[in-house]
Design a protein around this ligand. Structure first.
Ligand code: FMN
Length: 252
């Protein structure tokens, strides 16, 4: 069911010089390995913290043992999602594993943007696409062995009320700004929302809030609820380009 969340008017004109605007074409999710031993500079973390506000908090995890606990929560949530047949089936609908599917939808996760090495990407393109179950098991493996294993920093965007749509939208806007800022600094980012999705899934099914409790233990707060989770660091490989729709397809 569509909801009107914003009206955006576009008109031809000059743009003000803006570092974040300049890097829009370069900003891409990077699902590959990062340099674990190269920390995110303190001034970059501070600049990012200043971009948050009283409604949307940015919580950063760069020190042990918090960093490892965050990584464990992402892996545990990925395991739970991979074991949930309905979640696997629903996320499979978004996966674009053939050239035809990418051309048709111009959205969703693609093989190119999966963060695999160039050799494995080339091999995967000539093999038949994996089943939903096998694809999700490979995702769990990449999450555990590469994505959380190589991230020097993790973070949450947290809100007071997960059902507040205006705050959800603002969290998304902050994520884009943080990602653009990271791009200006040569840093890579990648959402790893599995713990947040699992807490949503528990709410949806009316289950005991174990994932939510795990999140609260990480944030040390029951009042601030994570609505977005990510990893960050200096990338070992450039991010691959993800599909974009033509302007004419998205402007009314
Ligand atoms: C709300 C939201 C949550 C997302 N969560 C994840 C995630 O957990 N893992 C992931 O790999 N991509 C996730 N994505 C997708 C990427 O962040 C990205 O939007 C998409 O792959 C397009 O790639 P781009 O960064 O190159 O524009 C999410 C996107 C949105 C809007």
């Amino acid at each position: 069911m569509p909801h009107l969340v914003a009206r955006i008017g576009l008109a031809p004109g000059e743009t003000d010089p803006d570092a974040l605007y300049e890097v829009i074409p370069q900003r891409h999710t990077n699902r590959g390995p990062y340099e674990l031993d190269r920390p995110v500079p303190k001034d970059a973390l501070e600049a990012m913290a200043r971009m948050a506000d009283d409604d949307i908090r940015l919580l950063l995890f760069t020190e042990e043992p918090q960093r490892s606990r965050f990584a464990e929560a992402v892996v545990a949530a990925t395991e739970a999602i991979v074991a949930d047949h309905e979640m696997v089936r629903d996320s499979q609908r978004w996966i674009r594993s053939t050239r035809e599917a990418v051309a048709k939808h111009r959205d969703g996760p693609t093989l190119d943007a999966a963060g695999l090495s160039p050799l494995i990407t080339a091999l995967a393109k000539v093999l038949p696409p994996p089943s939903a179950e096998r694809g999700h098991r490979l995702w769990l493996e990449a999450t555990r062995e590469v994505q959380v294993a190589t991230a020097p920093a993790f973070g949450f965007l947290a809100v007071r009320n997960l059902d507040d749509r205006a705050h959800a939208l603002r969290a998304g806007r902050l994520w884009q700004r943080l990602h653009l800022y990271a791009t200006t600094r040569g840093l890579a980012m990648h959402p790893v929302n599995q713990p947040v999705e699992l807490a949503d899934r528990e709410r949806q099914l009316g289950r005991a809030p174990e994932a939510a409790r795990r999140l609260a233990a990480l944030t040390e707060s029951a009042a601030w609820r994570p609505s977005f989770a990510f990893r960050m660091g200096y990338p070992l490989r450039d991010a691959a380009l993800s599909p974009r729709r033509a302007l004419a397809d998205v402007v009314l």
